[in-house]
Design a protein around this ligand. Structure first.
Ligand SMILES: Cc1cc2nc3c(=O)[nH]c(=O)nc-3n(C[C@H](O)[C@H](O)[C@H](O)COP(=O)(O)OP(=O)(O)OC[C@H]3O[C@@H](n4cnc5c(N)ncnc54)[C@H](O)[C@@H]3O)c2cc1C
Length: 436
């Protein structure tokens, strides 16, 4: 059996890897494999072009990494200094300890916090008295406001989720983005009670995992293990026995194909062969982002850099949505004589001037000029799990299942993080291998 995989981001590469492992002949087409994942070294600093880590609680990426022999390169975030600042009224306020995403699990840090006023703190306390409810899917903003009030949306949900989804809590789906908390609401009424009941013993491992030489090493290792044609696919067509792909003027025959190139790039390919499916896939909206990374002499930065970085809520945001203090979050990535700031913006076209001047203002950097500034733009890279997303995905899956030899995987459907992409692709590979 021959399988053509369109798109060689982590989804396409891991799918091809698992297919190969199952003895299926897979070919990946992608002119720029890796998607946003990549690592560059600048002045001895190890920098990421896109993602810098993944959640340790989701095991699928780590399993793949161990399997391909990179287990010794796994590293954890420097949780001894795990702290995040949130900008409130122009100054940094510590995110209270014990928050599980938007849910407080420790009383005193919330009571003492300057991040919320008393009415929010009281609402957080009274939340434990709610009765179980099964509600239709609603926005993250509606869900969080219902449980904890509007300030929790503004200073917790919005900045925390904008960094992951690049989207607005008014549009993102609670069922898709906060599934565990929606389940607690249905079971216990209170998400605080649910979080306490479900509380697992601390595993002792870091909350974020990465690779010591950068996440890009995962892509390089996968590229070395799969067959890649470094070209884009221009068209797909169904034949009596399978599928053909048009790429760089040539026709390639396959028994089955996997679309791993993003919902937005899959839709035009699907349009001539499966217009209804194309329309459903096209209904998943996308936003973009930009990463500006600045390096300075450590001596030029007065701030103690005693945290992983800071988040800027929309109400206080100009150009920077979040900033990671790289040398604090990851030991061994930044030499001691340097300080590196990785600034994330939800505007792919944000300029260096806008980001740098905001960074200088917030960090109190007066005269120093950066040693380096590098930019990676990712327009149309972040699928939005808007209200009703899980319903849309099940419709897409039902339609796709009716078309023989066609499979979809990637960050647009069942999870946006690197581990979710690996898990979805492993499932698709297993489905294909089962019939080969
Ligand atoms: C800036 C940024 C930061 C992120 N940070 C994190 C993080 O810290 N942790 C985390 O877990 N996740 C993070 N993510 C999310 C995660 O990186 C992505 O969801 C994941 O990499 C997507 O992988 P994918 O293979 O599904 O899609 P992509 O990586 O987008 O791959 C799609 C591939 O398809 C190719 N392609 C498109 N059209 C065609 C065509 N016609 N023919 C052939 N190939 C085509 C493209 O070149 C691309 O390589 C981040 C994302 C971004 C953009």
């Amino acid at each position: 059996m021959r399988v053509g995989v369109i798109g060689g981001g982590i989804s396409g590469l891991s799918c091809a890897y698992y297919l190969g492992k199952a003895g299926v002949d897979a070919t990946v087409f992608d002119p720029a494999p890796g998607g946003p994942i990549g690592t560059v070294t600048v002045q001895d600093c190890i920098l990421e072009t896109g993602p810098e880590s993944w959640l340790a609680a989701k095991p699928w990426a780590e399993q793949l990494i161990r399997e391909i022999g990179l287990g010794d390169d796994l590293t954890g975030s420097n949780d001894a200094q795990r702290r995040t600042y949130v900008l409130r009224h122009g100054r940094f306020v510590t995110l209270p300890e014990g928050l599980q995403m938007v849910v407080p699990t420790k009383v005193m840090p919330v009571v003492r916090s300057d991040l919320f006023g008393w009415s929010t703190k009281i609402r957080m306390g009274l939340e434990v008295f709610r009765n179980p409810k099964a509600l239709p899917d609603r926005s993250v903003a509606a869900f969080v406001e219902d449980h904890f009030g509007p300030e929790a949306v503004e200073y917790l949900a919005e900045p925390l989720l904008a960094g992951v989804y690049g989207g607005s809590p008014q549009e993102l789906s609670a069922a898709s983005v906060l599934p565990k908390f929606v389940e607690y609401e249905q079971r216990y009424g209170s998400v605080v009670v649910g979080t306490f009941r479900d509380k697992r013993k601390p595993s002792g491992q870091s909350i974020f995992k990465s690779l010591c030489r950068g996440v890009g090493t995962l892509i390089e290792a996968l590229k070395a293990r799969v067959h890649i044609v470094p070209q884009r696919v221009d068209a797909i067509a169904q034949t009596e026995s399978g599928w053909t792909l048009q790429s760089a003027g040539a026709t390639h025959d396959f028994d089955q194909i996997v679309l791993a190139c993003g919902a937005n790039r899959s839709a035009p390919l699907l349009e001539p062969v499966a217009p209804e499916l194309a329309a459903l896939v096209a209904s998943i909206p996308y936003t973009g982002s930009s990463i500006w990374t600045f390096g300075y002499r450590r001596a030029d930065i007065k701030h103690p850099l005693d945290a992983f970085g800071f988040l800027v809520p929309k109400s206080e945001r100009r150009a920077v949505m979040a900033c990671t203090w790289l040398g604090t979050k990851w030991l061994g990535r930044v030499p001691a004589d340097k300080a590196v700031f990785r600034c994330f913006s939800t505007d792919p076209d944000v300029t260096r001037e806008a980001v740098q001047s905001e960074l200088h203002r917030l960090m109190g950097i007066d005269a120093a000029e950066p040693l380096f500034a590098i930019n990676h733009r990712w327009p149309d890279s972040m699928p939005q799990y808007t209200v009703g997303h899980s319903f849309r995905v099940s419709e897409i899956e039902q339609h796709a299942a009716r078309i023989p030899g066609l499979h979809l995987t990637g960050n647009a459907y069942n999870g946006i993080g690197i581990p979710d992409c690996v898990r979805s692709s492993q499932k698709v590979a297993a489905t294909i291998a089962a019939v080969s």
